[in-house]
Design a protein around this ligand. Structure first.
Ligand SMILES: C[S@@+](CC[C@H](N)C(=O)[O-])C[C@H]1O[C@@H](n2cnc3c(N)ncnc32)[C@H](O)[C@@H]1O
Length: 250
């Protein structure tokens, strides 16, 4: 494997990202325009209507141009497997970024309606362009907001997009790591999950979601059954990460 692929600190775009932690939490972007550049790259280089090619082109951009904070190709395989197991009609992602994760969910569940909640309007606009190019825009929707905004975004999902009792088959948590548990609880409080709903959580080791991990450990065999998957942080093989896959028991 190419050394720069394996060892992220050899890449300038990784250093640039490391200094941009504040940007990521406030604007949802690294701050150097790489997300918009990724969209232009996809529109120029990926075959329109070809989801596989769009995903591969985003991965190529992240490896060869600037690293992106998508779930990525390695952990994406875990996501794909969990989605196929859930076989969702309705799936929800928290944290859209450039639309890569939602696109993987849409590919693994070809009949599903996929919703992705994103705090940054600019990310929503980028993701919509990618989904349009991939040909999935009719069934993949970005809702700008947060689950923790006091109920406004949850109400939009309920009133405008038909989220209701037991309707949600799959959830992908990949947004603010400190909000994983509270946001999952807010979704549970709405009654949208059903026994068998699958919840996947990325970045549980890095940046880390310790409260969420502890909760799933305490609930093992009670409300949830969880498998912890060891993997690597996106687009390199040096730093390890954890993906949690949890089945709701009801
Ligand atoms: C790691 S990226 C998501 C990557 C995406 N899931 C993928 O695999 O392509 C995190 C995203 O979550 C967004 N975000 C952060 N806090 C959020 C929140 N509370 N609600 C919704 N989105 C949030 C950020 O703006 C950023 O776009």
């Amino acid at each position: 494997m190419d050394l720069k692929r394996r060892i992220p600190i050899l890449r300038w775009s990784v250093w640039r990202m490391a200094t941009a932690t504040r940007n990521i939490t406030t604007t949802g972007q690294i701050g150097d325009g790489r997300e918009a550049a990724a969209v232009e790259y996809v529109l120029k280089n990926a075959r329109a209507g070809d989801v596989d090619d769009v995903l591969a082109t985003i991965d190529k951009f992240a490896y060869e141009k600037s690293i992106l904070i998508n779930v990525g190709d390695e952990k994406g395989l875990l996501l794909d497997t969990a989605v196929r197991r859930a076989n969702p009609a309705l799936a929800l992602e928290l944290g859209t970024y450039c639309g890569y994760g939602a696109l993987r969910i849409a590919r693994a569940a070809p009949d599903a309606k996929v919703y992705s909640v994103e705090l940054a309007e600019a990310n929503a606009a980028n993701a919509r362009r990618i989904w349009e190019h991939a040909g999935v825009a009719a069934r993949v929707t970005c809702v700008v907001g947060t689950i923790g905004d006091g109920g406004g975004t949850l109400d939009v999902l309920a009133n405008e997009h038909g989220f209701g009792s037991g309707a949600l088959d799959f959830v992908f948590l990949d947004h603010d790591k400190d909000a994983y548990l509270d946001d999952l609880n807010s979704i549970l409080d709405r009654g949208w999950l059903h026994p068998g709903t699958v919840v996947v959580a990325d970045n549980v080791r890095i940046p880390g979601a310790p409260k969420y991990r502890e909760y799933m450990r305490r609930q093992q065999g009670k409300r949830w059954n969880t498998v912890e998957h060891k993997a690597h942080l996106e687009y390199q093989s040096l730093v390890s990460d954890l993906v949690l896959e949890s089945d709701y028991l009801g």
